[in-house]
Design a protein around this ligand. Structure first.
Ligand code: ATP
Length: 342
């Protein structure tokens, strides 16, 4: 079922090796999300697939065909950018039909395809408007519609929601998920947003410094990160990582190693209610987010931890607390940061 294959893909900008031999196989219909810190090469990898950058080494195969050096226009891919790049003087209908017109598709077919895409994206009432008469979310949907009408083999999204406000972002994210369920199109999506990555992806690819650190389903990466980098990159707030010696209740930590604790696996009680196995500490900051509360604490031994509570808390900064650790869910890393399994 390998549909898109990246084999040893390399990219240099001058002497800077931005992509360092990436191997990845994407199946037909899969929704794959690229994540990683700023500058790790997410956009570059997407642009190499799109044909917007020249591939300096390796091979790119789509549906059995070598497309490594094929011009972008011949690759049968459609890219949606964060800046919607709509034609300002054209109507929504004209924007969506432009590529088909260029391809000399007949008018009746164009109308049919645009009408169907508009319906899927709830854009039917706006077809005669120009982009400036639309909201940001509607404009982004037009950009997606323009991609849909072409029925490409692969959809490429480069941070498509990053210009939208939080509410619209959430709503458009759900629409993209629904669209993927309806169309089943192979999709590659670059984002900084944890929630987008976790909710949209069939598989997440974590990149770092031009290389893949780990590929897996969102929950595989969350529950079984291959190393400390992935462990701290996936999940928000990020996983607590402390020296093994600071959490003596967690057994089997490799020599010189570290313990990783998700914020939900750190719970706090007032110091007066301390039970055996808890660690004493002091609350530094409480963030009440409504549905959940994040509490930042320092143990008396100096470790900084964040605790996530799925409810309200009566704790305040300065309070003395007993910190309980769910050792059963603890992650262990060796001195090099590689995951150590029991
Ligand atoms: P961000 O999340 O900040 O968008 P990214 O992971 O998408 O980052 P890229 O834009 O792919 O990162 O950049 C990868 C590396 O390649 C960076 O070090 C960047 O500075 C470099 N780079 C990207 N495009 C060019 C270019 N046109 N010329 C020179 N260097 C570039």
């Amino acid at each position: 079922m390998a549909y898109l294959q990246l084999q040893g893909i390399e990219k240099f900008f001058g002497s800077h090796r931005a992509i360092k031999g990436v191997d990845l196989t994407i199946n037909q219909g899969e929704f794959v999300v690229f994540v990683g810190p700023s500058g790790c090469g997410k956009s570059t990898l997407l642009r190499l697939i799109a044909g917007l950058e020249h591939i300096d080494g390796g091979k790119l195969v789509l549906d059995g065909r070598d497309i490594t050096h094929l011009p972008s226009s011949k690759r049968d891919l459609a890219m949606v950018f964060q800046s919607y790049a709509l034609y300002p003087h054209m109507s929504v209908y004209e924007n969506m039909s432009f590529a088909l017109k260029l391809a000399k598709v007949d008018e009746a077919t164009i109308r049919d395809k645009v009408d169907r895409a508009a319906k899927i994206l709830n854009l039917t009432p706006y077809l005669q408007r120009t982009p400036k008469e639309l909201s940001g979310g509607q404009r982004q949907r037009v950009a997606i519609g323009r991609a849909i009408v072409r029925a490409p083999k692969v959809f490429l999204f480069d941070e498509p929601l990053s210009n939208l406000d939080a509410a619209l972002r959430g709503q458009t994210r759900i629409e993209i998920a629904q669209l993927h369920r309806d169309l089943g199109a192979t999709t590659i999506y670059v984002t900084h947003d944890q929630v987008e990555a976790m909710t949209l992806a069939d598989r997440i690819v974590v990149l770092r410094d031009g290389l893949i650190e780990q590929v897996g389903t969102p929950l595989e990466l969350y529950d079984r990160p291959a190393n400390q980098f992935v462990a701290q990159f996936i999940g928000s707030p990020q996983m607590n990582v402390v020296e093994g010696a600071q959490v003596p209740t967690v057994p089997h930590v490799p020599a010189g190693g570290f313990v990783g604790l998700r914020p939900e696996d750190v719970t706090l009680t007032p110091a007066a209610e301390a039970t055996p196995g808890t660690v004493p500490g002091t609350v530094r900051l409480v963030e009440a987010l409504g549905a959940e509360t994040l509490i930042y604490v320092a143990t008396d031994a100096g470790a900084q931890l964040v605790s996530r509570l799925a409810s309200r808390s009566t704790l305040h900064s300065g309070d003395r607390v007993a910190i309980a650790i769910n050792a059963g869910n603890a992650h262990r890393f060796d001195a090099q940061g590689r995951a150590a399994r029991l």
